[in-house]
Design a protein around this ligand. Structure first.
Ligand code: KG4
Ligand code: ZN
Length: 351
């Protein structure tokens, strides 16, 4: 079964063609970073206008890379929420239109539920050989089994889940203020590093001393799986005010980036491992854009090994938003007979 997956819930327009919910034939992402950079964050109206221009070329590119035409597609999966309403509307309306014209089913999926599906994906390479690209560092390439713990850590979410089945989960903890990626982006803005700033902080931190500045690790000693990151951001702001412009000089900038990153990583790793222990679960998926962070990946690996946890982190291109994760989840729902309705309710309510 070939599924076209479309993701347009935020500022990326993404499309992918995935066979049987598992084998990626193509995955194309059109980023809008250049458009939103000068505003220091996403401008929803600009995001949806750009999606309108890119949806068709991105889908065409995904089909071409998969050496398929729209007539080869058996079904469509599309993000239906949560996200920016105007952005979702473009992908969802497109999916409904193609579903109607081509008489193929579509199913709307929850963006957050789709993120962890990235670890079940593999790339289908020329000649039919399958190349597993997901990182299963502590698990000998055995896929995760239900129930597993999932940490979705991105620009919009920092949430710990216990997944009992595809699309069936319990929320164990979530951020009470900023998402971790939002904190990375806001701190990058304070440091004059541009938007989005997570990857830049990651790069600078590699040459910095993470113990140079002691930032408080919020909630780390508290008996909760919730997170809070706005305090670290304010602590960075206060540090900048105290030191004046001196932080901009190398190596101070690198030390500041590394110390901030270490505080965020410590909290994420501690809460994720605590969630596994508290629930007596040893399979854990960590996904979302911040899961690209090299220090987070390294520390998760260390702590997972220490605590006999099987850690699953997708390759970086599948950590951030993509259409393949949407195809993979849609496949699970389509298999059970789920079908989206071509009603006038533009965006049906999501849980
Ligand atoms: O999952 P994603 O692509 O979109 C959302 O659903 O939000 O995540 C984007 C977020 C941004 O905040 C970006 O700064 C962050 O992921 N990010 C990183 C890194 N790469 C991307 N944060 C820390 N380190 C990175 N290497
Ligand atoms: Zn996302």
């Amino acid at each position: 079964m070939l599924i076209l997956g479309i993701e347009s819930s935020c500022d990326d327009m993404a499309a992918a063609v995935v066979r049987d919910g598992r084998y990626i034939l193509s995955s194309v992402v059109s980023s809008q970073d250049a458009i939103h950079k000068k505003y220091g964050g996403i401008v929803p109206e600009l995001a949806s206008r750009r999606h309108l221009e890119t949806v068709i070329p991105v889908v065409e590119e995904a089909l071409e890379q998969a050496k398929a035409t729209i007539d080869d597609i058996d079904a469509i999966g599309v993000t239906q929420g949560p996200g920016l309403v105007g952005s979702i509307l473009i992908g969802l309306s497109f999916a409904k239109a193609v579903s109607y014209i081509k008489n193929i089913p579509f199913v709307g999926v929850n963006h957050i539920e789709a993120h962890p599906m990235a670890v079940f994906l593999e790339r289908e390479v020329r000649g039919g050989r399958l190349e597993a690209k997901n990182i299963f560092p502590t698990s000998n390439l055995k896929p995760p089994t239900f129930p597993f713990i999932t940490l979705v850590v991105s620009g919009g979410h920092t949430t710990l889940f216990k997944f009992k089945d595809f699309g069936s989960y319990e929320i164990l903890g979530q951020t009470r203020d900023d998402a971790a990626g939002e904190a990375f982006d806001k701190v990058a803005k304070l440091l004059g590093l541009g938007y989005p700033g997570g990857a830049v902080i990651d790069r600078l931190a590699k040459n910095g001393d993470a113990s140079a500045i002691e930032f408080t690790r919020p909630y780390i000693s508290k008996d909760t799986l919730d997170f809070s990151f706005s305090g670290i951001k304010t602590a960075v702001l206060n540090y900048i005010k105290e030191t004046g412009d001196r932080f901009k000089i190398c190596p101070q900038m690198n030390d500041l980036a590394a110390s901030f990153q270490e505080a965020v990583v410590d909290v994420l790793v501690d809460k994720a491992v605590s969630a596994c222990k508290a629930n007596n679960i040893d399979d854990m998926i960590v996904c979302g854009g911040v899961a690209c962070n090299s220090r987070l990946r390294g520390k998760l690996y260390e702590k997972s090994k220490d605590n006999a946890i099987n850690l699953f982190i997708p390759e970086p291109s599948l950590c951030s938003d993509n259409g393949a994760m949407v195809s993979a989840l849609a496949y699970q729902f389509l298999k059970k007979g789920a079908r989206g309705g071509l009603d006038m309710n533009a965006i049906p309510s999501m849980k």
